[in-house]
Structure formats: structure tokens, C-alpha cells
Design a protein around this ligand. Sequence first.
Ligand code: NAD
Length: 256
Amino acid sequence: MLKGKTALVTGSTSGIGLGIAKALAQQGAHIVLNGFGDSAAPKAEIEKLGVRAEYHGADMSKPSEIEDMMKFAAAKFGRVDVLVNNAGIQHVAKVEDFPPEKWDAIIAINLSSAFHTTRLAVPAMREANWGRVINIASAHGLVASAQKSAYVAAKHGIVGLTKAVALETATTGVTCNAICPGWVLTPLVQKQIDDRAAREGIPVEQARNELLGEKQPSLQFTTVDQLGGLAVFLCSPAADQVRGVAWQVDGGWTAQ
Ligand code: NAD
């Protein structure tokens, strides 16, 4: 379905981003990978699927590096057809204890980076009269949890950005939507489980069950493959008129 198209996925060296990159590659899209840590293994995994993969290590908190990444993608592939804004970090603390530098980093990486990639990707999408912007928000884009002020603010912000961009592109073949996962067992969440186990002096298994039980009525993690499947759907012709939605994949979290 995406043969010959190019998808850029921010934060795709791990977790949800890598899963979505693989799902899009399985549909034939060439992939621009981004993120920290090892890039050779994810690049090889994507290439095994028979498409081209390139890696750019831009730090999503730095607009000049984001600009460089977007130029790199255009130079390698002509343009970005599918933009997945996925890079994200977390920090948990009460608002009065929240380190200002952590607030700034979360807003920059989880929200402002999507503004920069989108403003740079949309002109070529408009010209081609086809494009997909998919923002990885969160259940925290729709409801809040204590101790996550920056994350909740950034994720609510990205849902708003999604709607504004969807309206601006509504008469074109470019769509913009958000995916709102509940708990997905990635390194980002494993860290929160490990911290909880250490804080409460309980086994990791118990901390994991408590974490799910508090928020996710299905008591099951959302999987990376399920999110990949939704991203593929949003790229399909069936989703041509899906515009500006914030689509929960959260085991019932936000239905409560
Ligand atoms: P993860 O930690 O496994 O992956 C995060 C990715 O972002 C990594 O590739 C990392 O290298 C990259 N990254 C971090 N800071 C970066 C920076 N400054 N510049 C470039 N890349 C950077 O986390 P994940 O759970 O896969 O999260 C991916 C996205 O999904 C995030 O936006 C997160 O908020 C969102 N999300 C996750 C969950 C969950 O339960 N895991 C739930 C809802 C939403």
C-alpha cells in the first residue's frame, strides 16, 4: 500500500516508534529512522523487510537538528509522505518539585518537535496532494494523572496541534491524526514499573499488575503491533476522511 512512499518516524530506535516503522515498512514504505542509542540493529531490521532505511540522529529538543533531519530526508528520498511524531520522554514528580529543565525538555521533545517536523513536512505533502501526519499522543492527551504535569500538558497540546493541522489541510489529500495509547510495555513504561517496585518495596510483577489495574480496565498492555496496525490504517484510502481524531488504543482507560 505504501510502496515507493517514505515514512519518517521520530524516536524509532526503540519501542512504539520502531514498531510503527516496521509496520509501515511491511507496507513498502522506505523509512527514515531517528532516536538515540543503537541505530544499526533497527536499520538492519527494517532493511530485512525489503525497503530502504536511513538514520538521522537529530535531537528532537533542538529545532536546528530537526531542520537538518528534514533536509536529510528530502535529499535521500525526495520528500516525506508519512510523518510519525513519536519521540517522547517522561518525568514523574509533583508540580512543586518538578525540575524546570525537565519541564522544558518534555515540552520540547513531546510537543514542539512535532510542530517543527510538521511545518517542514507539510509543504511537500500539499504539493503532492497526499500525506499523512500521525502524532503519537497518549491517553494522557485526553485525561490527566497526578505527577505528570509536563507530560499531560505536552500530550494535550499535541492533540490540539493535530486538530489545527487537520483543519488547515482539510481540503487536501493530507490528513493529520493522533493515536492515544494506554500502557504499552516499552522501556519508557518499564522504568516507571521498576521505580514503583523500588519505591514500594514490592516485586516487579506486582508493580506491573498494580500499574495496569489502576488505569487500564482490560488489564492488558496495548501492543506495539496494535499501534502499527492503526498507523497503517490511517495511511490507507479508507482513512482519507479521518481527520483530526485522537484515537484511543487504551484498553478502556479513557472510557471510565
Ligand atoms: P521509548 O523510550 O521506548 O522510545 C522513545 C524513543 O524516543 C526512543 O527511540 C528514544 O531514543 C527517542 N528519544 C527520546 N528523546 C529523544 C530526543 N531528544 N531526540 C530524539 N529521539 C528521542 O518510549 P515509547 O514508550 O516507545 O514511547 C514512544 C511514544 O509513545 C512517546 O511519545 C510516548 O509518550 C508515547 N506513549 C507511550 C506509552 C507507553 O505506555 N509506552 C503510552 C502512551 C504514549
